[in-house]
Design a binder for this molecule. Structure first.
Ligand code: NAP
Length: 242
């Protein structure tokens, strides 16, 4: 049995891969470009005493997703945990947003989650067990000015999560989503300082979260203790008011 974390080369995905390894799962983590960085995360996972693989696979590429599942199954055994974490943002006001800017964000976040899930489900159905954990966002729950593309993609992930949960419940496969608020990663590092300060002022706990705060919930949702939770969206935002 093994776990896949997409976008595991850095940020939330890297912390999640490590936390799954800590919990005893063999783990494959993927990236789009940063294979050396992904390999360093895999190496850190191996120090926890599990098998770990770093693989380059674009989640928007249908064939790459299928091949990835094949490779992981061959090297680590059937995949029973999938964390659809790979994501990008390309912010801007909708009025001036280029079609490409809209479509590429939807493609990576939403279509990528669909393609990876579709590729992994046959093995989960066969095993009659599976955990799919999708990374949405507070932007998908509440919307966010300057993120029409990202919010639409993340709201789409919520619909995907709830529909898949209904389709798969009879097979003992749970599908849930995590909605992080502002977490300290490359994605939020690139925000202008003024925006970061504004965001912080709206967070009840008064600080950005750490990737480990999200990873802890992913590990719980993947665990036996969470076997009766499906179709849910759980916000982890330190009490963010939007
Ligand atoms: P990040 O630090 O920017 O890392 C993004 C990861 O996704 C990298 O591993 C990247 O690989 C991978 N990736 C991007 N496009 C890909 C593609 N087409 N195929 C495969 N992998 C791809 O992001 P993060 O902040 O950790 O965010 C992780 C997830 O949480 C995302 O879905 C994001 O939308 C969501 N989220 C984040 C926050 C936040 O505050 N950080 C808040 C809400 C939701 P490379 O390293 O190869 O580029």
């Amino acid at each position: 049995m093994s776990a896949i974390v997409t976008g595991g080369s850095r940020g939330i995905g890297a912390a999640t891969a490590l936390a799954l390894a800590e919990a005893g799962h063999d783990v494959a983590l993927t990236c789009q470009h940063n294979l050396a960085q992904a390999e360093a995360v895999a190496q850190a996972c191996r120090t926890k005493g599990v098998k770990a693989l770093a693989l380059q696979a674009d989640v928007t590429d249908e064939q790459a997703c299928t091949e990835l599942i094949g490779q992981v199954t061959e090297k680590l055994g059937p995949v029973t945990i999938l964390v659809n974490n790979a994501g990008i943002n390309q912010d801007g006001l909708a009025m001036r947003m280029k079609l490409e800017q809209f479509e590429s964000v939807v493609k990576t976040n939403l279509t990528g989650s669909f393609l990876m899930t579709r590729a992994v489900l046959p093995a989960m159905v066969k095993a009659r067990r599976g955990r799919v954990i999708n990374m949405t966002s507070v932007a998908g729950l509440h919307g966010n000015a300057g993120q029409a593309n990202y919010s639409a993609a993340k709201a789409g992930i919520i619909g995907l999560t709830k529909s898949l949960a209904k389709e798969m419940a009879g097979r003992q496969i749970t599908v849930n989503a995590i909605a992080p608020g502002f977490i300290e990663t490359d994605m939020t590092q690139k925000l202008p300082e003024k925006l970061r300060e504004q965001a912080k002022a709206n967070i009840g706990l008064g600080r950005f979260g750490k990737p480990e705060d999200i990873a802890a919930l992913a590990v719980f949702l993947a665990s036996d203790q969470a076997s009766y939770i499906t179709g849910q969206v759980i916000e982890v935002s330190g009490g963010l008011r939007l």
